[in-house]
Design a protein around this ligand. Sequence first.
Ligand SMILES: Nc1ncnc2c1ncn2[C@@H]1O[C@H](COP(=O)(O)OP(=O)(O)OP(=O)(O)O)[C@@H](O)[C@H]1O
Ligand SMILES: O=P(O)(O)OC[C@H]1O[C@](O)(CO)[C@@H](O)[C@@H]1O
Length: 308
Amino acid sequence: MNAAIRAAVRTADSLNISVYGVWRGFQGLVEQDWRPLTSRNCANILQRGGTILNTARCEAWHLPAVRAKAAQDLRDAGVDALVVIGGDGSFTGAELLNREHGISCAGIPGTIDNDLPGTDRTLGFDTALNTAVQAIDRIRDTASAHERIFLVEVMGRSSGMIAVNTAIACGAEAVLYPESEAQGYDALVTQLKAGWQRGKRSSIVVVAEGDSTGGAYKISERLQSEYNLDLRVVVLGHIQRGGSPTALDRIWGSMWGAEAVKRLAAGETSFYLGSQHGELVTNPFSRIRDPKPNPPKELAALAGILAR
Ligand SMILES: Nc1ncnc2c1ncn2[C@@H]1O[C@H](COP(=O)(O)OP(=O)(O)OP(=O)(O)O)[C@@H](O)[C@H]1O
Ligand SMILES: O=P(O)(O)OC[C@H]1O[C@](O)(CO)[C@@H](O)[C@@H]1O
């Protein structure tokens, strides 16, 4: 996200447009917590995880009167346009501000879940994925040396994008994730047994936190009580949300940050950016209500085949 902030500020600077940074998302608009951002004061942030602007949930933004007050505050401060980085909730909030009060809004996809319609990537996903893969590579050494099964829980409360992609990239024996119709507890047991019969002596099972089985600890308890196995659980948790962003996240953050400002400066008023097959695209905010993308079924099936 910092790459996008830096690119937006510096592109605006190159067009002689002044920029305010709004702290803690819509909460900062409600509290008028904004300060000038310049090319200089967003130096040295490209490689930093998180966001220099902080973030917050803002329940008040659901209230029309709160949005009306914020729109008036923006107009009073001479602000013409807003760049919003976030997911479907943030884009809904931006769409409302634009529709109700005519403030131009551009959205930049930012969520590690990579589950937004209209884009095949979101800022943070590649970094989270690589973090999970690096962690599991380390876990694999112990799994292999001790001949153990590890259940590794990755983030994704309602999305299996991280889980499925991690499973492929770290050669997991099985993957469980919320959108899966195929894989449940029984299928997992069958798969693990089959692997053992083929001579496997260790297994990595990747579990998305939102999987319907209830997560890695639940599965572990069940496997332990039914099969008395020597299992270990690792919950990777928020380490996936931080750390220095990958080159891909920095590059797309930079491209989207710059593009958002250029389009707003050219008079576009309501859109969010995305990527389709490697090309930068724009979407109307209404696209956010399309069905959210699921992890490709072929990728999940491939994980099963490659675990032979
Ligand atoms: N229906 C809505 N109407 C107005 N504002 C909304 C709405 N939904 C969300 N928002 C605003 O957007 C903010 C961010 O939404 P949300 O918490 O859903 O995160 P997100 O942008 O979807 O990203 P993620 O879920 O990946 O963290 C909310 O705190 C709220 O201020
Ligand atoms: O920090 P919190 O509120 O626990 O949020 C965690 C959630 O956020 C996400 O990382 C991104 O929306 C989900 O995958 C995860 O379930």
